[in-house]
Design a protein around this ligand. Structure first.
Ligand SMILES: *Cc1c(COP(=O)(O)O)cnc(C)c1O
Length: 467
């Protein structure tokens, strides 16, 4: 499979190079040159198959030419054996035609595990074949660091360094990172805020000499391989509910648009999806887009669903590429205009089609708390704030739509205990594999907000520098 950049000016790459590159060199995002498609009969044949088998069917065409069948099978089986539920991504019924897809049975109890766990194994495989190593550096405000750490721990070709603001992440978040006892995991508490951490990571990547010397890499949300791995659970859920002989819609609590774009990809591959429903919190750039056809930046406000607190959804460019009829030149111009002015009135020959496929709803913190409480009272399900927004968006969409709705639950409630308890009065307990989290030994290094100190720390510890 060949991959092209949404901006049209970066080299066309095979899967393994796209995996390691992340962002394209022209600032664009990689997409497959064309979507592999499955017939209704092929999709029907997946009914009743385990998650790993559906994953192989979905992923094989995307990695063709880069990863052979036996290696892919091993990678997929190893990846999902580490998940804590036999169904990997189980479905629960909330009401008539109203289903919940639980995506929190991975090691860090959030949906990012479903993709990142596999990306860790894919990196290790491709790098060891090339006899290369990388240093992964990232910053986290608390939420996503642990998913990246769990994905990279114990991988021979990777050393990972995660920067977080000292004293400004919750105890659960910090402990999920700092209690990982692996020699290739390095947690750094920076004496500064999240912006300081992020600026430091950017500065390291912008230092060409340092970047090459340490072979810096990232596993961020624009990496194509993450989207690819997420397509699988749309197929798995849909055939579990009777697709292709039952029409379904999906509702997705959305931040960077990676998760819901995977649903769009599944549809492009032949899965009959009626509607894709975006749920947003008060950071509602996407909801406003689907109301007005205008993409307009505003400031970020903190909410009780922090993983969706974004200014611009980075993966949205992948959808815009199709809105602009895959005209990379026109899209590149539009994105430059958007970065310069903070607003973009989108036009494109497929905008009407996209507006019919997607709908979007926003919920502020008070509404989110009401939804958590109401759902608990009516169904006994205690949901995290992100997942609650997904369900509420799904219900709003269901009223308009009439098909079967599947809402994606993106994190376990115990990942956001304070917000859940405030809403419901119930303190959500951690699942068994994390129940001793507060007894485990922590390991992290406090460093000053100083790029020289951090670079020296990373240089001294990474194995990517030949000795
Ligand atoms: C990352 C995240 C989201 C947003 O997903 P995107 O792919 O960025 O749209 C939603 N909920 C939770 C819990 C997350 O961690």
């Amino acid at each position: 499979m060949k991959y092209i950049s949404t901006r049209g000016a970066a080299p066309v790459l095979e899967f393994d190079d796209v995996l390691l590159a992340g962002l394209a060199r022209d600032g664009g995002l990689y997409l497959p040159e064309s979507w592999p498609t499955f017939s209704a009969d092929e999709i029907r044949a997946l009914q009743g198959k385990p998650y790993t088998e559906i994953a192989r069917k979905v992923i094989t065409p995307f990695v063709a030419g880069s990863i052979d069948d036996a290696d892919l099978k091993r990678i997929i089986e190893t990846t999902y054996a580490a998940f804590r539920h036999d169904a990997v991504a189980p479905l629960k019924q909330l009401g008539p035609n109203d289903w919940l897809l639980e995506l929190f049975h991975g090691p860090t109890i959030a949906f990012k595990d479903y993709a990142l766990q596999m990306v860790g194994h894919l990196f290790d495989h491709v790098l060891s074949q090339r006899k290369e190593r990388v240093t992964i550096v990232g910053a986290t405000s608390g939420d996503t660091g642990s998913a990246a750490i769990e994905a990279c721990r114990d991988r021979d070709a990777i050393d990972i360094f995660i920067l977080f603001p000292n004293g400004r992440v919750s105890d659960v978040q910090r402990r999920q990172m700092t209690t990982v006892a692996s020699d290739n995991v390095h947690c750094i508490a920076i004496e500064g805020d999240f912006d300081a951490c992020q600026d430091m990571v950017k500065a390291m990547f912008n230092d060409g000499d340092l970047r090459d010397r340490l072979r810096l890499s990232a596993v961020n949300s624009i990496n194509w391989a993450r989207i690819m791995a997420q397509i699988v659970y749309y197929f798995h859920a849909a055939v579990g509910l009777g697709a292709p002989d039952r029409r379904l819609s999906f509702a997705v609590p959305t931040g960077n648009f990676g998760n819901i774009f995977a649903g769009y990809a599944a549809r492009a591959m032949g899965l009959p999806i009626e509607k894709l429903v975006v749920g947003s919190n008060s950071n509602d750039i996407l909801t406003r887009f689907f109301e007005t056809d205008e993409l307009k930046m505003t400031g970020v406000v903190p909410t009780i669903s922090p993983s969706m607190d974004i200014q611009v959804s980075s993966n949205f460019e992948r959808l815009l590429f199709d809105v602009y009829g895959r005209d990379a030149g026109e899209l590149a111009e539009a994105m430059t205009r958007f970065r310069k002015t903070g607003s973009l009135a989108v036009s494109g020959n497929r905008l009407t089609e996209m507006s019919a496929l997607f709908s979007a709803y926003r919920f502020d913190d008070n509404q989110t708390r009401d939804i958590i409480r109401d759902l608990y009272q009516r169904t006994g399900e205690l949901l995290c704030p992100h997942s609650a927004i997904g369900v509420a968006a799904g219900r709003a969409g269901l009223e308009e739509d009439g098909t079967t709705m599947v809402s994606l639950a993106t994190a376990h409630p115990a990942k956001f205990p304070a917000a859940v308890e405030e809403a419901s009065g119930i303190h959500p307990p951690l699942p068994p594999h994390l129940s001793d989290l507060f007894d485990r030994e922590e390991k992290f290094t406090v460093l000053p907000n100083d790029i020289a100190a951090v670079s020296a720390f990373v240089t001294a510890r990474t194995r990517a520098v030949p000795t």
